[in-house]
Design a protein around this ligand. Structure first.
Ligand code: BT5
Length: 240
């Protein structure tokens, strides 16, 4: 954290009881809202994942969206989310890693997801869903985990929010000032590197994840030839 500079993220906090989606709410105020405004809700009735998927968000989790206005378009902003979540989890003694590009996993289960939506150069909404004290529904029991399950006690959401805005502030600054440092950290934290994966994006690839490139894309070794994937859903596959 850089000392002596004003904190951007969390200068203004809009705390809601229930909302359809904090990302949608953030978008509705984004034009007038100051940069760094955080919208958070106790629960979301229609929490969103990527590609129209649902994000389960009952009371007890951290469901928040941050309005950012970097003034330029750079899709690597998505990584500010996972890197911040990883630092927050580390503050609570939980080691975690990035499942490229937007998930945070702990020991094979998803603990957080990030959804970025933007309007050109005007604004970017970084939505973060982190399972904290909330119950994990039956249908996600095998694939999802909460901080409560990992540490065995309830975590105060206000403490968590402080940690999150602190780390996001630092990563957002690094994103703007030196994205190569951001990408170096993403590479270190991406646990799928070396693993055999299936990626479904515009095309479907099956291969070994080799690297995360400086532009944020994933490099795959598909049967000996290198393929670059800009966007997609990654699933880990057993070695052939
Ligand atoms: C994501 O999508 O992981 C992005 C999730 C972003 C949620 C935040 S909450 C605050 C803000 N407001 C919103 O409306 N959204 C953002 P994706 O990679 O598409 O993953 C979605 C998949 O994760 C679903 O299809 C489920 O399989 C799984 N899933 C749903 N709810 C989950 C949960 N609470 N914990 C773990 N996995 C979940």
């Amino acid at each position: 954290m850089v000392l002596g500079v004003e904190k951007i993220i969390g200068k203004k906090i809009v705390a809601l009881k229930e909302v359809s989606s904090t990302n949608d709410y953030a978008r509705s105020i984004a034009e007038e809202a100051p940069e760094g405004t955080v919208v958070l809700a106790e629960s979301q009735s229609a929490g969103k994942g990527r590609n129209g998927r649902r994000w389960v968000s009952p009371k007890g989790g951290l469901w928040m969206s941050v309005i950012l206005k970097p003034g330029f378009v750079d899709p690597r902003i998505v990584f500010v989310g996972p890197l911040s979540v990883i630092d927050v989890l580390a503050d609570f003694g939980i080691p975690s890693g990035i499942k490229w590009p937007n998930d945070v996993w702990v020991r094979g289960q998803k603990i957080a997801g990030v959804l970025v939506e933007s309007k050109g150069k005007e604004y970017v909404i970084v939505g973060i869903g982190l399972n904290v004290n909330n119950p994990i529904p039956e249908e996600l029991r095998d694939t999802a985990v909460s901080m409560f399950e990992l540490v065995g006690k309830e975590i105060p959401l206000d403490v968590l929010l402080k940690s999150m805005t602190f780390h996001m502030d630092a990563w957002y600054r690094i994103f703007r000032e030196d994205p190569a440092i951001l990408m170096q950290k993403v590479r270190e934290r991406t646990f799928i590197l070396g693993m055999f994966v299936e990626v479904i994006g515009g095309e479907r690839f099956v291969g070994r994840a080799v690297d995360v490139l400086d532009d944020g894309s994933l490099l795959l070794d598909v049967g000996g030839s290198l393929r670059k994937v800009i966007y997609g859903d990654v699933s880990i596959r057993p070695l052939p």
